[in-house]
Design a protein around this ligand. Structure first.
Ligand code: MSP
Length: 504
């Protein structure tokens, strides 16, 4: 049976509008999922929505609707955006689904019986936008340390999760597993945080109703983070489909933004310890996008909506830009200027032009039929060699989710192929009736075919379009297709529309 790979995104709060930041996690996950499928893995790619909590209840109330009604509509919007961005998730979990709620209740019950959940009194502060509790010393100028917004004073009876019990075990785990938290700078932050001491956390609320009721005390609802984190096991069959759960758990990667790493690298592992389950193999935190140097916010009116961007530039250019512009893990800045620069330079000029030149020359010199390669020169071999060593490099870059490194490698080949045209000067070879012309045209088309396989996870639509213009009937379905020589001579190319029309 194929090796499995279980990959997750966070569950998005549905009261928000899907923006560039949300789409970033989705696109990165999608690229990884598509690559792994081509590499022969049985991939389970999960995403979904986080639908409970006070924030949702308030938002629904403000719009004069019932929470379920309000949320059902919002979820559709998220799903629509993901479809348009060609996100190929295998499942979509909503925390309001029965399959999830059952697991939350069962885990709550089990941990209560085990003594890892106990009743106490919570006194402190609550930040509703972040759905997070704080004690006095954590506030910054009396405000939320994460988002700088006002916090609410809460003093209520609450159930607590005995997280302190797992501090030493977690510390040892992180130290013994250097691959667990990525990137490394974030791993150090988490290590220091755990070393500074873990407190038990409040995991129930009584001030509102919209949530999973605590099974043995229905005045309380389950704290949204405790609820939402469990999606990673409820979606793959925990307590419900043993075979499936054993196949997919533990997750291979939980992907998320840096702001929610602590939940995934501290609270979630402790919950799993308490449940007696293995920890995910990796939690990876990416950076944040700002817009022209500023944080995105409704009040600033600078929210970038993916659908608006793709309407103008196309979905694949957007996917490309997000993963090419910054190293995954670092923060990035979005501007239309930067997007247009990359679009024109990398996509229209470099890649688009290579395809255009190649098909035009095949049409001009060989009536559109890819010739049989003939005499070879040193530079012909060099180009082939470059593509042949790419596969291993790319595999190791994927292991650390270095998406922009992968794109750089691919573009090095595209650059070299464009230089190869200049160096080989096919127009002169044609004039002098030199047989090497056949090799040059074949090699260019073959490089493009191979590049299309590498590009497929990033740009599924454009990669397919490249193959179409090259006259290739076979669909992209395996990384084995990057092997040199796959292009059949006599394949008939066509010119087609420009791959990326220049933006003026
Ligand atoms: N509901 C929680 C996650 C629960 S997971 C069990 C949540 N949701 S969120 O909608 O606020 O955020 C979802 C993801 O979007 C997070 O990974 C977050 O980092 C990411 N981003 C939100 N704004 C972002 C940017 N401006 N830039 C990059 N990513 C950002 O947190």
């Amino acid at each position: 049976m194929n090796k499995k790979f279980y990959l997750t995104t966070p569950l998005y709060y549905v009261n928000d509008t899907p923006h560039i930041g949300h789409s970033y996690t989705q696109i990165a996950s999608d690229v990884l999922a598509r690559y792994l499928r081509l590499a022969g893995y049985d991939v389970f790619f999960l995403t979904g929505t986080d639908e409970h909590g006070q924030k949702m209840e308030r938002a629904a109330k403000e719009s004069g609707r019932s929470p379920q009604d309000f949320i059902d509509e919002k979820v559709e919007m998220f799903k629509k955006v993901w479809r348009k961005l060609h996100i190929s998730n295998d499942d979509f979990i909503r925390t309001s689904e029965v399959r999830h709620i059952e697991v939350v209740k069962a885990v709550y019950n089990n941990l209560y019986e085990k003594g890892d959940i106990y009743k106490g009194v919570y006194e402190g502060w609550y930040c509703t936008p972040c759905e997070t509790f704080f004690i006095d010393s954590q506030l910054v100028d009396g405000k939320c340390p994460d988002c700088s917004r006002e916090v609410d004073r809460v003093a209520e009876e609450s159930y607590f999760f005995r997280m302190s019990k797992y501090q030493d075990r977690l510390l040892r785990y992180i130290e013994d597993n250097p691959e667990f938290i990525y990137p490394l700078s974030r791993r150090n932050e988490i290590l220091n945080f755990v070393k500074s001491g873990l407190r038990d956390i409040s995991i129930s609320r009584t001030g509102f109703k919209w949530g999973v009721p605590v099974p043995f005390d229905t005045k309380h609802v389950v704290y949204v983070w405790f609820d939402a984190l469990l999606n990673y096991i409820s979606a793959c069959g925990y307590l419900n489909d043993k075979k499936r759960f054993e196949r997919y758990w533990p997750a291979d990667v939980h992907l998320m933004g840096k702001d929610i790493l602590k939940f995934h690298a501290v609270i979630w592992p402790c919950m799993l310890f308490a449940c007696g389950l293995n920890l995910p193999k990796k939690v990876f935190a990416h950076g944040w996008w700002t817009i022209k140097g500023e944080k995105m916010s409704k009040s600033k009116g600078n929210i970038v909506e993916p659908l608006k961007v793709i309407e103008r530039y196309g979905v694949d250019a957007y996917r490309y830009f997000l993963l090419r512009e910054v190293a995954f893990g670092l923060d990035g800045d979005f501007s239309y200027e930067a997007l247009e620069n990359r679009y024109n330079a990398d996509l229209a000029n470099n890649l688009g032009n290579l395809l255009h030149r190649t098909t035009s020359m095949a049409i001009k010199y060989y009536e559109g039929k890819i010739p049989n390669p003939a005499a070879k020169d040193g530079i012909d071999e060099r180009l082939r060699f470059m593509t042949e060593v790419l596969s291993e490099k790319i595999e190791s870059l994927y292991e650390h989710l270095e998406f922009n490194g992968i794109l750089q490698e691919i573009w090095m080949i595209i650059d070299s192929a464009n230089k190869y045209v200049e160096e080989s000067a096919p127009w002169n070879l044609f004039k002098t009736k030199n047989e090497r012309l056949k090799t040059v045209i074949y090699n260019l088309a073959e490089v493009l075919r191979i590049v299309s396989v590498y590009l497929y996870p990033f740009m599924p639509e454009k990669a397919t379009q490249i193959c179409k213009q090259l006259g290739i009937k076979e669909v992209i379905k395996s990384m084995d297709q990057v092997e040199w020589g796959g292009l059949e001579p006599s394949t008939v190319v066509s010119k087609g529309l420009p791959l990326f029309p220049r933006i003026e």
